[in-house]
Write a protein that binds this ligand. Sequence first.
Ligand SMILES: N[C@@H](CCC(=O)N[C@@H](CS)C(=O)NCC(=O)O)C(=O)O
Length: 338
Amino acid sequence: MRKHSILASSSSLSRAILASTEQQQQQYSKLFHTASIYVGFNGGSSRRWFSTSVRSKLSADYSRASKFSLSLGAFAAASVVAGSSLLLVKEEAYAKELVKPDLAFKDVVLYQYEACPFCNKVKAFLDYYDVPYKVVEVNPFGKKEIKWSEYKKVPILVVDGEPLVDSSAIIDQMGRKIVLEKASSMVSNDDEETKWRRWVDDHLVHMLSPNIYRNTSEALESFDYIANNGNFSFYEKYSVKYAGAAAMYFVSKKLKKKYNITDERAALYDAAETWVDALDGRDFLGGSKPNLADLAVFGVLRPIRQLRSGKDMVEHTRIGDWYSRMERAVGESSRIKT
Ligand SMILES: N[C@@H](CCC(=O)N[C@@H](CS)C(=O)NCC(=O)O)C(=O)O
């Protein structure tokens, strides 16, 4: 009965959207654009699984090595130890960058939507540089959590009381805070890095909505996660899943037109291949370590990775190896669980 009425209301909503004026459609679009970014899964658990399995693989290697050394003698043992060290060196190359304790921030709070690609870009940066942060999940209807702010979008990062807005600007400013003292080339005007960071904001992010809402089952898959992980009241949670999925299905068709996309999957695969071509055989765009463009691409793709579209992307393109290296490099989330 309840399901029936929800479906009925979502189909009236769809009809309403189809019949609405351009101005009304913009309002629908705005309402559900906000909900639309609630897509994806917490990459933390898969990363934890990954690092745990790498650790257990290494310890299994060590335990095998010691048995081997007992039976074959010191020479063999030395070779195995050398082999394991090589594994460790490779693992180290993919490790996160640690901010020195004297540069640590006292209080970092991220106002976000769990699956917003821009918020995930900031999280990838904070996780990679191991900056501990608290998260405030904003309710898109009303946004009372950011009432204090004139800027009404997320992410907003409050660093020791100072609010920073806009994902790329936040990363630039945080980068400068760290780099000034660290004297490394983390924030550079490197043309390649800047160019690909822009590509993420101007091109890659626009591939997401048309893909995750491309048909009713993918739209429902996306909104199931959104409903269960966002900050919604009991009633909002149920209406968001069905009404949101129905609305975004239609909105995504409009977005396809706006961004000149004919086949959304092909466009997503094409973007993934373009990125792999840009790597030009390197582990990361930054070389042996990720740079800010690597972190930006990884951040916006992370929310869709476990959805149908993300799985298809990894299955049908060459991006998977780089993505796995990024998971290892970014490592565990530095989010403070409250
Ligand atoms: N250029 C901004 C875009 C931020 C943005 O559009 N955020 C969306 C969530 S993904 C938002 O807050 N939308 C709220 C709204 O449009 O009312 C950034 O990079 O941070």
